[in-house]
Design a protein around this ligand. Sequence first.
Ligand code: PEP
Length: 251
Amino acid sequence: MRKKIVAGNWKMNKTVEEAVALVEGLKLELADVVGVEAVVCPPFTALKTVSDLIADTEIKLGCQNMSDQDDGAYTGEVSHTMLKELFVKYVILGHSERREYYGETDAIVNSKVKKALSKNLRPIVCVGEKLEDREGGNTEKVVEEQVRGSLADITAEQFEDVVVAYEPVWAIGTGKTATAEQAQEVHAFIRGIVADMVGQEAADGLRIQYGGSMKPANAPELLSQPDIDGGLIGGAALEAQSFAGIVKAGM
Ligand code: PEP
């Protein structure tokens, strides 16, 4: 049985003051949640504050990026040691915005994934096709390339700490959601690739989130699909009630 995981990617939103207000709301809204892992991924500047605020709750802390280096002259980067000091557990890696605007390739994502796993941080590895890929019939080709490239050389044992987020780029922040059938099809496909890479047992244990305009209204149908094990939430994670609504849909 895979435990569902719903993570909120706040992106470049929320000052520290705003983060406090959101987390106070989440603590109330999520107090009676059982059986679903809820993760918040604030911007780096709010990590310490949020970490302190959720220390006595079941809410887990994540972040949105990480360096593949240990320390040193890497201006603007943040290391695994710095994140672990703040009790970060999950790291979103290879988000489509990082791939698109900051040139992150599968090789770079793979290097970060390996670093995270070697330091006991759990990567949430994002993959997903663009609109032109889907319209050109290339969804599976593109997704397979990203899965194999971003997760190259990861062992079956290490896969226990990996979460994959399938996020069709055309559905992110657009209000267009993949239908439950479209999403389920790609999730099952990803699980099949992972089975081929590291074996069926590891693939069966892998949690695969859906991301792309997920909201309380469409979450129940998406989360009831056999291969959809949670959500990676952007816009709807910026407000306590809507994020909690999605988490509760996974119960
Ligand atoms: C995301 O960016 O990971 C995302 C899924 O965003 P949204 O929910 O706003 O589409």
